[in-house]
Design a protein. Structure first.
Lengths: 842, 164, 282
C-alpha cells in the first residue's frame, strides 16, 4: 500500500468539501453517539405493532392459499366454512366483480415490458404457490382459521416453470396468455452511451495478448425475513378509511390504493405504526392489504389480517435470484480493459412494485470502483411460477458487487498477484474525484486508499497471510482463507430526473415540515418511514444543531399520511441523504422566516443579525432574541411586520442531483475444515466511508446488521422450491437464519469523504454492509481452497458444497457440475430480441 | 373451556380459556399484554420469550392451561417503579436494538443467561441467545449489552416481585 | 399458528393418565410440549384430546437403583443437566442434552417426550441407545421394560402402545466413562444433521470398551457395533482411533435431504465418530 494510516486524517481533510451553508450544522449533536429516543417504548413493550390494534367489532381474516404453483381453479365450495359459528363471510374473487385494486408495477423498465396483471385474489388461474383464492372473515382469528380449512377448492394443475434459465427457453410458460416468460431486456453499452469504448473489441484484443476471465455466478434466492410478520388493519367506519399496515411505504401505498381501487385519495389514510424491520421486504403493495381493505369496506366493519411466518415466507416477496455471466478483459500487467455482464433475473410470477428494475440497479455498479474503459451490461428479466421477487437489502447492488469482487479475485489469482494490489491498480484514485464512471455515474468523493490501508492494519493482513502460508505448508486440515471486498454503492434514491429517464413511476425527492410550537418545542414531520433506523433520534440531532434547540425538545413524527402528508418513504438508503436534507432545508427556511421577526423585535436590520445557538443576535451588541421566543410571539401575533405572515413554520422538498456513493474495504478471514467442509469466520474487519456521520452508534448498528445479512447469503440462506413449485424452505426450521451463536463480533471503522450532494455531507449506510460482505466471505472460502484447484463455490457455501468441491477438485467443470447449476448458452442472455431499453449513461 | 389462574407481572388473573390457547396468545389477546410478540410458527425465533416461574420459556410453546397456578413475567413487568431493569438499560446504552421486534424476547432471555452465568464469556452469551433471532442488529451490540449488564447488580433478577 | 380445538385433561397420577388415554381414540400425550406444540400449531396433527402429564410428580426426578440410575420420563432437560447422578453415571447423556435446541426449549422439554417423539434427528435417542438404556413402559396391565435397541422402531415410532406411557428411562451406570457428543449443524439452533454419541471406558491409555450411537443416520438411532468392537483394546492414539472408526457408517443408509446427501452424511459420521471417540478418550 502506498498510503500510511497516519496520512488518513490529512487525506480526509483534503477531500472535496460539501457546500455548507451557514450555520455549519457541525454542532454538538451531529457526530454524537446519542442514545435513541425510540428505545424507551421498544425496551418496555410499550410498542404499537399493527397486530396489537383492537377496534370495536373488529373481524379477523384468514386466507385460503393455493398449494399449487400453477393451476386453474375449477371450483370453490365455501359452504363448509360459511355455516361455522361466528363466521361472518367467506369471499372469493367472484364476490368482487369490480375488483379489489391491483398490485401495481411502478417501474416498467422498458415500454415493452411484459407485465402480467397482479390481482390480489385469484379467480381463474393461480400463478404461484401461496396465491390467495378465498378469504374467511370471522369474529376471532381462531374461528377464521378453522373455517378456512373447510373451504374446498378444486384445482387443475398446469405445467409450471420455476428456474430462470429454464424460463428463458419459453417451453413452459408461467403465464400462457402472455406468450413468453421474457419480461424485459435492458442494456447499457458504454460505446453506445458515449461513456467508454467497445467491450467486444476489448475482449477480443485481450484474448490475443491479454487475459480474459469468464465466470458464471449464481445469486441464490433469498427471503427478507423481517422479524415482525406483516399485518394489516382497516377501519372503514371513519370519514377517511384508515389502514394500518406493517409497511415501509405508507405514502406510496396510499397513492396506489387510490390509483388502483378508484377510491378518492383524500378518503384514504395509511398509517405505518411501529414496524418491525423491512429490509425491502415491506416495500410492496400486497394482496393481503387490498383484500383486507375490500373486505372491510364491503362489511363496513374494522378488519384485521396478520400473517403467520409460514405465510410470510411464501407470500412476501423474495430477493436476488439471478444467474450472472461476467467476462473481464485485462492486460497481462493487470490493468482492466473491459467488462461484459449478462444477467438473467427471475422476477417470479409477477413484476412486483419495483421488481423489474432491481436487477437493473446493478447496471451502474458492476464496474464498481474500477476504471474500466469499456463496459456492457445486458439483463433479461423472466417470469416463473414462483413467489415474486423484488427489493431486498441492496436491491441489485449486492448482486453487482458480488460479481465484480469475485471476478477481480479470479483475475488476481490468474495473474498470481495479491488481490488488493490488483484492485488498487485499477481503482479510482483519491485525487481523481469527482469521477464519471464508464457506466455514466459521477461518483462525488471517495478515498479507497485510506479505507484499505486502515482495514489492512486493523485486520492484521500480513500476519494472516503468513499464517495462511504456514497452514498450506503443513497441509493443515483446517485451511485459512482471506477474502477481500472493495466496494462502492449508489444510494440515496434518487434524483427524480434520473428516475424519470428510467421510467420509474415515482420521484426520488423527500419532504419535511418543521413546526415551531408556541411553547418552545419543535415538531419535525418527515416523509421517511423508519422501521428500526433511528430517524427520530438522528433527525432530532440535526434539528437541535440547526435550530439551536435542545435535543429533547424535538419530536419527530412519521408514518401517518394524515400527519406526514407528503413523502416517498424509506428504502434504498435514502432517508438520511434525501430525507434529512429536506429536514435541514426546512430548518433553514424557519431560520430565514424568523429572521424577519427577529429584526422587528430587535429593531435592527436583518443584515445586522447573526443566528448562533438558537438565537438571533445583533452583531456587536448583546441584544438578541431566541428562536423559540419568536415562535411564542407568532402564536399571539400581536405585533409583527406587515409584510410577513404570522408564522415561522416551514417545509421543504429536496430532490438530490445525484446518488450518493459510499464505499469501503472489507476483509474477512475464514477457516475451512477440509474434512467436513464446514467454514468458521475467524475475523471480519471493515472500514466504510459514508461521508459525515450524524450518529456513529446508529451507523455501527446499520453496518453490523447489514454484514450479517450479507454473510448469511454467503453461508446459510437459500429459498428453495422443489420440482412442484412448493417452497421447501417454508419455515425457520429450514430457512436457516443465523443466530448469535453462529456469528462473531466485528471490527468496524470509518473514513470520511463528505458527499457533495447534500448539506450534511452524508452518504447512505443502510445497505452498505450487506453489499460488501457477501463477496468478502465467498472470496475467503475460495482463497482457502484455491491451492486444491478450486476457483468457485456456489452460494450458500454449505459444508456439503465445500466438501464436494474438494472431492472433485482440480477438475473445474466438475465444481460447477457437481453443484448442478444451469449454464449460460452462447449468447443466451444478451440476445437482443429486437427491442431494447437503452440505459442512459449520465 | 378450562379455568385458569395465572399471575402475570405481579397481578393475578382468572379466565376461562380454550385449551388450545397458547400462552403468548393469552397474554396478548386476553390480558392485553402486547409487549410480548409472535415472530414465527415453529418456535425458532424466541420473540415470544417470557419468564415462567422466573426462568425463560418460549410462550408460543406453552399452553395457557399449563401456566395455571404459575407466575409469568413479561417485558412489561421488568421495570420497577419507573426504573428500568439493568438489562433494559444495557440494551439502550449499547444500541442493542433497532426495530425492537425481537427485543422483549431477547431481553428476557438475556436475563436468564445471567442466572446461570453471572459473568458470562462472549461464547456463553452467544450460545445462550441461540434461541432468539434478530434480523436488524447482527447480534454484535446485543452481546455487548449482555456483557455490560452482567456487571450491573441485580441484572439476573427478573423483577423484585418474583422470587428466584 | 393456531392449533385445532381439543379437550384437555391434566391428571395427577399415572393411572388417571392411562385412563384418559384409554378413553379416547385420538389423544396425544403432552410432556414438555416442545415437539408437540409446534406440530399442533402447524396443524400436522389434530387430536381431539390432549393429556398433560405435567402434574404427575412421580414422573419427575432421577434416582439411584443399584447398578443403574432411573430417570422419570417427565424430567426436564435442564434438570438432567443439573443432576449429579447423571453427571457421574451417564455423562454421555449430559453431553448430548447440552446440545439440544436452545435454553428455552431445554427448560420445558423432557427426556420422555423426546424419546417417544422419536425424531431421528433428535439428540436423546443415540446416547440412550449407546448406554444400553432400558425404557419402562406402563399400561393398564402394569409395567414392562424394553431395551433401547428394541424401543426405536421407525421414524416417529416406538414400542410405546396406544394406551401406554413411557414412565422411566433406566440407564446402567457408566461411572467414570469418558463421553463426548459431536453434533453437526449448519446453524446453531438446527436439529442434528448428523451426530455421534461416544462413550469409552479407559484403562490407562487403552480403550477397554467403547459405545457409539449415531443420530440421523437412519430412521432410528443406530449403534456402530463394528466400530465398538474395533475400538475395544486399542490404544487411544489418533491413528488407532481413526482406523477403528473408519467404517463407522458401514451398513447405514442415511437420508438425503436439504441438509445433506446420504454419502456426505456417511462421511460425516465417520469423521465425527473419530472426533467423538478421541474427545471421549481424552
Amino acid at each position: 500500500m502506498t498510503v500510511s494510516p497516519d496520512a488518513l486524517v490529512e487525506i480526509a481533510e483534503e477531500s472535496p468539501q460539501a457546500d455548507l451553508t451557514e450555520p455549519s450544522g457541525a454542532g454538538p449533536e451531529i457526530g454524537n453517539r446519542r442514545l435513541r429516543k425510540e428505545d424507551q417504548r421498544l425496551i418496555t413493550g410499550r410498542t404499537k405493532w399493527t397486530d396489537n390494534i383492537v377496534l370495536p367489532g373488529m373481524l379477523h381474516l384468514a386466507m385460503v392459499r393455493s398449494p399449487f404453483a400453477h393451476a386453474k381453479i375449477t371450483s370453490i365450495d365455501t359452504s363448509g366454512a360459511q355455516g361455522l359459528p361466528n363466521v361472518v363471510a367467506v369471499f372469493t374473487a367472484a364476490d368482487f366483480p369490480d375488483g379489489m385494486g391491483a398490485c401495481a408495477n411502478a417501474w416498467p423498465i422498458t415500454p415493452e415490458q411484459v407485465t402480467p396483471d397482479h390481482l390480489p385474489m385469484i379467480g381463474e388461474r393461480v400463478a404461484c404457490a401461496g396465491e390467495i383464492v378465498a378469504v374467511v372473515v370471522a369474529r376471532s382469528a381462531k374461528e377464521a382459521r378453522d373455517a378456512a380449512e373447510q373451504v374446498d377448492v378444486d384445482y387443475e394443475e398446469l405445467p409450471a416453470v420455476f428456474d430462470a434459465m429454464e424460463a428463458m427457453k419459453d417451453e413452459i410458460l408461467a403465464h400462457p396468455d402472455k406468450g413468453t416468460n421474457k419480461s424485459a431486456f435492458w442494456k447499457l453499452d458504454s460505446k453506445e452511451a458515449g461513456t467508454g469504448g467497445d467491450v467486444d473489441e476489448a475482449i477480443a484484443k485481450a484474448r490475443q495478448d491479454g487475459v480474459v476471465i469468464e465466470r458464471e455466478f449464481r445469486q441464490q434466492r433469498l427471503i427478507p425475513a423481517f422479524m415482525e410478520p406483516r399485518s394489516t388493519v382497516v377501519d372503514p367506519t371513519g370519514e377517511q378509511v384508515t389502514m394500518w399496515s406493517a409497511t415501509q411505504i405508507p405514502h406510496i401505498l396510499r397513492f396506489l390504493i387510490a390509483a388502483t381501487t378508484g377510491m378518492p385519495e383524500s378518503k384514504v389514510r395509511v398509517i405505518a405504526p411501529d414496524v418491525g424491520g423491512g429490509f425491502g421486504g415491506k416495500l410492496q403493495t400486497t394482496p393481503e392489504e387490498f383484500i383486507t381493505l375490500a373486505v372491510a369496506r364491503r362489511l363496513g366493519k374494522p378488519c384485521k389480517y396478520t400473517e403467520t411466518r409460514s405465510e410470510s415466507l411464501i407470500s412476501g416477496h423474495h430477493g436476488r435470484d439471478q444467474y450472472q455471466k461476467l467476462t473481464l478483459a485485462a492486460e497481462k500487467d493487470g490493468t482492466v480493459t473491459g467488462l461484459k455482464v449478462d444477467l438473467v433475473a427471475n422476477l417470479g410470477a409477477y413484476v412486483a412494485i419495483v421488481g423489474g428494475g432491481v436487477p437493473v440497479l446493478g447496471a451502474w455498479m458492476f464496474n464498481s470502483i474500477y476504471k474500466f474503459p469499456a463496459y456492457q451490461f445486458n439483463c433479461q428479466t423472466v417470469l416463473t411460477n414462483t413467489t415474486w421477487v423484488d427489493a431486498y437489502r441492496g436491491a441489485g447492488r449486492p448482486e453487482a458487487t458480488f460479481g465484480i469482487e469475485r471476478i477481480m479475485d479470479e483475475l488476481a489469482a490468474e495473474l498470481g498477484r495479491d488481490p488488493l494490489e490488483v484492485r488498487e491498480q485499477n481503482w479510482i484514485k483519491h485525487e481523481e474525484f469527482p469521477f464519471t464512471s464508464v457506466a455514466g455515474m459521477t461518483y462525488d468523493s471517495g478515498n479507497y486508499e485510506a479505507a484499505t490501508a486502515r482495514a489492512k492494519e486493523l485486520f492484521g493482513y500480513d500476519a494472516l497471510r503468513a499464517e495462511q502460508a504456514e497452514r498450506r505448508e503443513r497441509k493443515d486440515p483446517v485451511q485459512l482463507g482471506i477474502g477481500v471486498s472493495t466496494f462502492t454503492e449508489m444510494c440515496g434514491l434518487a434524483p427524480s430526473r434520473v428516475l424519470g429517464s428510467l421510467a420509474y413511476g415515482a420521484g426520488g425527492w423527500e419532504h419535511a415540515s418543521i413546526r415551531m410550537l408556541p411553547t418552545g418545542k419543535v415538531e419535525v414531520i418527515t416523509g421517511t418511514s423508519p422501521h428500526g433506523q433511528g430517524h427520530e433520534t438522528a433527525w432530532s440531532q440535526i434539528v437541535a444543531d440547526r435550530l439551536g434547540v435542545p435535543f429533547e425538545d424535538v419530536e419527530v413524527l412519521h408514518g401517518d399520511t394524515a400527519v406526514a402528508y407528503k413523502g416517498l418513504d424509506t428504502y434504498g438508503s435514502r432517508s438520511l441523504v434525501v430525507g434529512a436534507e429536506a429536514v435541514v432545508r426546512a430548518a433553514d427556511k424557519v431560520i430565514e422566516k424568523a429572521k424577519g421577526f427577529a429584526a422587528h423585535m430587535l429593531e435592527a436590520s436583518e443584515d445586522d443579525l447573526e443566528f448562533v445557538g438558537g438565537r438571533y443576535g445583533v452583531k456587536g451588541t448583546d441584544k438578541g432574541v431566541g428562536l423559540t421566543d419568536i415562535a411564542l410571539a407568532t402564536f399571539a401575533s400581536h405585533d409583527y411586520p406587515e409584510h410577513l405572515e404570522p408564522g415561522i413554520d416551514a417545509d421543504a422538498t429536496f430532490d438530490p442531483d445525484n446518488f450518493s456513493f459510499p464505499h469501503g474495504t472489507h476483509l474477512c478471514a475464514m477457516e475451512v475444515d477440509t474434512e467436513t467442509g464446514q467454514s468458521r469466520m475467524r475475523s471480519y474487519v471493515c472500514v466504510d466511508d459514508i461521508g459525515h456521520i450524524i450518529n456513529p452508534l446508529i451507523v455501527e448498528g446499520q453496518i453490523h446488521g447489514g454484514l450479517v445479512q450479507g454473510i448469511a447469503q454467503a453461508l446459510w440462506e437459500e429459498a428453495i422450491f422443489d420440482e412442484n413449485g412448493t417452497l421447501v424452505t417454508g419455515s425457520f426450521v429450514d430457512y436457516t437464519l443465523p443466530t448469535a451463536a453462529d456469528t462473531i463480533s466485528f471490527v468496524t471503522e470509518n473514513t470520511v469523504s463528505p458527499s457533495t450532494t447534500n448539506t450534511l455531507g452524508a452518504k447512505g449506510v443502510g445497505e452498505a454492509g450487506t453489499i460488501a460482505s457477501t463477496p468478502a466471505v465467498v472470496n475467503a472460502i475460495v482463497d482457502a481452497l484455491r491451492p486444491m484447484g478450486i476457483d468457485d463455490i456456489v452460494m450458500p457455501c454449505t459444508p456439503q458444497r465445500v466438501w464436494k468441491a474438494i472431492q472433485t477438485a482440480g477438475d473445474h467443470s466438475g465444481d460447477v457440475a457437481a453443484q448442478a447449476q444451469p449454464h449460460f448458452d452462447e449468447g443466451a442472455a444478451n440476445a437482443d430480441p429486437g427491442v431494447t431499453g437503452e440505459g442512459n449513461g449520465q | 373451556m378450562t379455568r385458569i389462574t395465572v399471575t402475570v407481572d405481579g397481578d393475578t388473573y382468572t379466565d376461562d380459556v380454550e385449551p388450545r390457547t397458547l400462552l403468548v396468545q393469552y397474554l396478548r389477546e386476553n390480558l392485553g399484554k402486547v409487549g410480548t410478540v409472535i415472530g414465527c410458527d415453529t418456535s425458532n425465533c424466541g420473540a415470544c420469550t417470557v419468564h415462567l416461574d422466573g426462568r425463560s420459556v418460549k410462550s408460543c410453546n406453552v399452553l395457557a392451561v399449563q401456566a395455571d397456578g404459575h407466575e409469568v413475567t413479561t417485558i412489561e413487568g421488568l421495570a420497577t417503579d419507573g426504573q428500568l431493569h439493568p438489562m433494559q438499560k444495557a440494551f439502550h446504552e449499547n444500541h442493542a436494538l433497532q426495530c425492537g421486534y425481537c427485543t422483549p424476547g431477547m431481553i428476557m432471555q438475556a436475563i436468564d443467561i445471567l442466572k446461570d452465568h453471572p459473568d458470562p464469556s462472549e461464547q456463553q452469551i452467544r450460545e445462550g441467545l441461540e434461541g432468539n433471532l434478530c434480523r436488524c442488529t447482527g447480534y454484535h451490540n446485543i452481546v455487548k449489552a449482555v456483557a455490560a449488564a452482567a456487571k450491573a447488580p441485580g441484572a439476573e433478577l427478573a423483577s423484585s416481585k418474583v422470587g428466584e | 399458528m393456531i392449533p385445532t380445538a381439543f379437550d384437555y385433561v391434566a391428571p395427577e397420577s399415572v393411572a388417571d393418565a392411562l385412563a384418559a388415554l384409554a378413553d379416547s381414540d385420538d389423544a396425544k400425550v403432552l410432556a414438555g410440549g416442545q415437539s408437540l406444540l409446534p406440530i399442533l400449531r402447524m396443524r400436522l396433527n389434530a387430536p381431539d384430546k390432549v393429556v398433560d402429564l405435567g402434574r404427575i410428580a412421580e414422573l419427575r426426578g432421577v434416582r439411584e437403583d443399584g447398578d443403574a440410575i432411573v430417570i422419570g420420563a417427565m424430567t426436564s432437560y435442564v434438570d438432567l443437566l443439573a443432576d449429579p447422578l447423571v453427571a457421574e453415571h451417564a455423562a454421555l447423556l449430559k453431553a448430548a442434552i447440552e446440545t439440544v435446541a436452545d435454553p428455552q426449549i431445554r427448560r420445558r422439554g423432557t427426556i420422555g417426550g423426546a424419546l417417544v417423539h422419536a425424531d431421528p434427528a433428535g439428540d436423546v435417542g443415540a446416547p440412550v441407545l449407546a448406554l444400553d438404556g432400558e425404557l419402562v413402559i406402563t399400561g393398564s396391565a402394569g409395567e414392562r421394560t424394553v431395551a433401547a435397541a428394541d424401543f426405536f422402531e421407525d421414524l416417529f415410532t416406538t414400542a410405546v402402545g396406544e394406551d401406554e406411557l413411557l414412565t422411566a428411562v433406566r440407564i446402567p451406570k457408566h461411572t467414570g466413562w469418558g463421553a463426548a457428543y459431536e453434533k453437526f449443524v449448519r446453524v446453531a439452533h438446527q436439529w442434528s444433521i448428523v451426530a455421534v454419541a461416544a462413550t469409552v471406558r479407559m484403562e490407562g491409555d487403552t480403550i477397554a470398551e467403547a459405545r457409539v450411537g449415531l443420530t440421523n443416520m437412519g430412521s432410528t438411532p443406530l449403534r456402530a457395533t463394528a466400530t465398538e468392537e474395533a475400538l475395544a483394546g486399542k490404544q487411544a492414539s489418533a491413528e488407532a482411533i481413526a482406523e477403528a472408526c473408519a467404517k463407522a457408517a458401514d451398513g447405514t443408509n442415511p437420508p438425503s435431504d436439504l441438509n445433506g446427501d446420504g454419502d456426505y452424511r456417511k462421511h460425516l459420521a465417520t469423521v465425527f465418530t473419530r472426533r467423538a471417540v478421541l474427545a471421549a478418550a481424552d
